[in-house]
Every structure is written in structure tokens, then in C-alpha cells.
Ligand binder design. Structure first.
Ligand SMILES: C[S@@+](CC[C@H](N)C(=O)[O-])C[C@H]1O[C@@H](n2cnc3c(N)ncnc32)[C@H](O)[C@@H]1O
Ligand code: SF4
Ligand code: SF4
Length: 404
């Protein structure tokens, strides 16, 4: 049973000011129920577009040079067309998106990555990137210095990392990048570690190794529980391993305080460990979810207003997509808590989502914000893409470099 959604006044979104092409400044308070709202300009009657989108994550290609054991990537492979990507980034900036983030597969396998970054920087938005760090060279550092932040994925000490990343030498190469970032650039960088069976006992050692190389330049660190599908369920930590990991994470959080290293999602991770560790439970924000009004995922397959609903809007234009009936339906699915629900930190940049998810987790299974992993809606499955676990020969490129 779904609870009735909040009243119109509770739902109202932010008030925004947009400048019409005629130069008039137009103010509008969003209803909180739409992906995009169109307001006539009082001067020229032209259309002025309003949204509350904050962030766009770009999956630039499904290709990668690694086949990490926990990663799921579509098996149909394409490099996103660079001109299309630039057009969409411009549309995103025009409707108010503040942060554009390049992520996976691996951004650095895209042949036009540098050109795409230059375009993103020209739009004046914050630009972020997540990379496995194996293809970043010294000659890239100048351009990368315009990033808001660069996250390098490190999954353990050498043996654990190379096992998880399924290629020997990967840890050495990624740590070489970290050293380069620390000693030859002013880029704000940090790390992300996916906690799982094969690294639960080396989290502290791994953190110390990065700290030793990065020293005070190590700006932030993040840890997340491995997200799984049935084929990768065995990667989850056992309850004993989970306890051992939690003890190390507490120690790391303390060490971060001493060195002023920002610890991502600290409260959610430390205080609500079990909610995120137990992947058989999923949560929806208690008052309904507004992520589909704040977030845009963008891949070759179109636009996703939350990754987890798995409903892609296949259109050339982002603005066209946000004006579509499908966008309206995705937004309502979140607000009315009909969605598959979440169990991850993907949207933890949004305080409203964090608080709502935690309210549901605390209230327990009596509320409709909490659903079991085996949810019929989820099992019905809207994701039409064929995914492969850990990559395949069709979506993995044999790319190496020595960092020079
Ligand atoms: C999909 S990757 C793309 C960027 C890049 N290729 C990399 O590995 O950093 C983005 C982040 O998701 C993490 N990741 C991959 N599979 C995951 C899973 N099953 N659960 C949680 N995080 C995962 C990666 O370790 C990485 O930090
Ligand atoms: S296979 Fe590994 S390196 Fe490649 S996208 Fe997935 S997590 Fe990133
Ligand atoms: S799955 Fe539901 S709770 Fe999770 S981000 Fe999407 S709409 Fe929100």
C-alpha cells in the first residue's frame, strides 16, 4: 500500500530565476511534481524553462580496460557520440544543472575524453570524474586541474586490488597516478573503495598506503558496500567480515579527522552500517523521492532520472526528454513510492534523500518506504539492456600505458 503523497504546498520545489532570450529575468517556484516547467516570458511571451536538476552523471561509454569482479556493464558497446554529448551538456547547463560528472565504464578509454572535458569546463558547471586511474598520464594533469574533484578507485592493498580488478599491475599503476596527483598537481583528488569479501581485511592497510603516498593532498575518501545482482551475491561480506570492516572504517574515520581528509557519507556509513550492508532490504525516502527531479543519468541509451528505476528516455535532446510524458511518469513514480527503491550511496549528495531514506530505515518494515530485494516490481524488470558482470571481451579494451 502506498501512503498518499504530500500536499501541494509540502511538495513545492525551489524558486529559480532564469533569463529569457529577450533578456527579461523570470522568477518561478517549481511545483515539485514535474521534471520541467515552462513559463511564458512576461515581456516576449517566449518559453522560459525551469527545473530543479542539480547533477548529471555521464556514462561516457560501456567500454573499459578492466573487468572488475563486482562491476556490471551493458554488453552492447558504443562510444557515446562526442558531438551529442557536448550538445546535451550544454542543454544541462542551460536548465540549471550545477555538477556534471564523468564516470563509467572508464572515462579515459573514450577517444574524445579531453575534448569533452574542455567543453564541460567551458560551461561553467562543476565537473567531476571517477576513474580507475590506470590511463591518466602526466600530460593530462593541466587539463584535469580544472576538475572540481577526481576520484580514483582503489579496492585494497596490491594483492586484493589486483584480484578484484582482475589484472596484475593495476594497483601499481593506479598508485602511480595517485603519486603524480599528489606531487605534480593541485587537483583535488580522493579515493573510492568498494567493500567486499576480498578486501574486508585490508581496508585500513589500503587507506594507510594511499595516505603514505598522498600525504596531506589526500582530500577525501569514500567507502561503499558492494552492490550485487544474483550472480555477484557471493561478493558480499559475511556478518563477521562486515564487523571487521566496520571496525577498520571507524579507525579510518578517526585518522581522517587528524589529517583533515574528508570522509564521504560518514554518518550514513558509520551510524547506519547495517541498512546499507544488508542488500536484501531497499529503501525509499519516507515522504517520496525527488531524485528524478534532481538527477540525470546520461548514457548511449538515453536519459535516466534515477539509475535504479531503469527507465531510459531515448531522445536526442535532454530538454525534449524532460518534457516527455515518460519523464513525468518517472517523477511521479518516485514521489508516490512506486519505485524499486534504493540501497546504495549513489544519491547521497542530496540531504533530502539521505534523511528520507534513513527515516524509512529507522521506521522498519511497517512503512512502505522499505521493500524486500525480491520485490515484484523490481523482478518485473524494466531494464532492457543486457548486462554482463565483470566485463566481457566485447566491452573490454586492451589498453595499457606507462603514465608518461
Ligand atoms: C562503475 S565505476 C566507473 C569509473 C571507473 N571505471 C572506475 O572504476 O573508477 C564507478 C565506481 O563504481 C564502483 N563500483 C563498481 N562496481 C560496483 C558495485 N557492484 N557496487 C558498488 N560500487 C561499484 C567502482 O569501484 C567505481 O569507484
Ligand atoms: S570494470 Fe572496473 S574499472 Fe571498468 S568500469 Fe567497472 S569498476 Fe570501473
Ligand atoms: S529508486 Fe526510488 S528511491 Fe531510489 S532514487 Fe529512484 S525514485 Fe528514488
Amino acid at each position: 500500500m502506498n501512503l498518499p503523497i504530500a500536499s501541494a504546498s509540502d511538495l513545492a520545489g525551489p524558486t529559480r530565476i532564469q533569463t529569457c532570450s529577450c533578456g527579461t529575468e523570470v522568477r518561478h517556484t517549481l511545483s515539485g511534481r514535474e521534471a520541467l516547467e515552462v513559463v511564458p516570458c512576461p515581456t516576449c511571451q517566449g518559453e522560459v524553462l525551469f527545473t530543479s536538476y542539480e547533477r548529471m552523471d555521464i556514462g561516457l561509454s560501456e567500454y573499459c580496460n578492466l573487468k572488475c569482479q563486482m562491476c556490471r556493464r551493458p554488453s552492447e558497446t558504443l562510444f557515446m557520440d562526442a558531438e551529442w554529448c557536448k550538445l546535451v551538456m550544454s542543454e544541462a547547463a542551460a536548465v540549471g544543472v550545477e555538477t556534471i560528472s564523468f564516470s563509467g565504464g572508464e572515462p579515459f578509454v573514450h577517444p574524445k575524453i579531453l575534448n569533452l572535458l574542455e567543453h564541460a569546463f567551458s560551461l561553467g558547471t562543476k565537473v567531476q570524474m571517477v576513474s580507475n586511474g590506470t590511463l591518466i598520464k602526466e600530460k593530462h594533469l593541466e587539463l584535469l586541474s580544472k576538475l572540481d574533484c577526481l576520484t580514483i578507485s582503489i579496492d585494497g592493498t596490491e594483492a586484493a586490488h589486483d584480484k578484484i580488478r582482475r589484472r596484475e599491475g593495476t594497483w601499481r599503476r593506479s598508485m602511480q597516478t595517485i603519486e603524480m596527483l599528489a606531487t605534480k598537481s593541485d587537483i583535488q583528488w580522493g579515493t573510492n573503495t568498494v567493500m567486499q569479501q576480498d578486501n574486508y581485511d585490508v581496508l585500513w592497510d589500503s587507506f594507510r598506503a594511499i595516505q603514505e603516498v598522498g600525504k596531506l593532498k589526500y582530500a577525501y575518501c569514500g567507502f561503499s558496500h558492494v552492490e550485487v545482482v544474483p550472480e555477484t551475491a557471493h561478493l558480499q561480506m559475511t556478518p563477521e567480515q562486515s564487523r571487521a570492516a566496520h571496525a577498520q572504517i571507524q579507525r579510518i574515520a578517526k585518522a581522517c579527522e587528524d589529517t583533515h581528509t574528508w570522509f564521504n557519507d560518514k554518518t550514513m556509513l558509520l551510524d547506519h552500517w547495517d541498512s546499507y550492508a544488508q542488500k536484501e532490504k531497499r529503501y525509499r525516502p519516507m515522504q517520496g523521492c525527488r531524485i528524478p527531479q534532481k538527477f540525470i543519468g546520461f548514457t548511449d541509451h538515453g536519459f535516466y532520472l534515477c539509475w535504479h528505476q531503469g527507465r531510459n528516455i531515448k531522445m536526442e535532446s535532454l530538454i525534449g526528454a524532460l518534457r516527455s510524458d515518460l519523464a513525468r511518469d518517472i517523477v511521479l513514480e518516485g514521489l508516490e513510492k512506486r519505485c524499486v527503491a534504493c540501497n546504495c550511496f549513489n544519491y547521497s549528495w542530496d540531504d533530502e534523500w539521505n534523511a528520507g531514506i534513513m527515516d524509512s530505515a529507522k521506521a522498519g518494515e511497517s512503512v512502505d518506504g522499505v521493500v524486500a530485494f525480491k520485490d515484484p516490481d523490481r523482478d518485473a524488470g524494466r531494464v532492457s539492456l543486457k548486462m554482463v558482470t565483470g566485463g566481457s571481451t566485447s566491452n573490454t579494451l586492451d589498453m595499457h600505458d606507462d603514465g608518461v
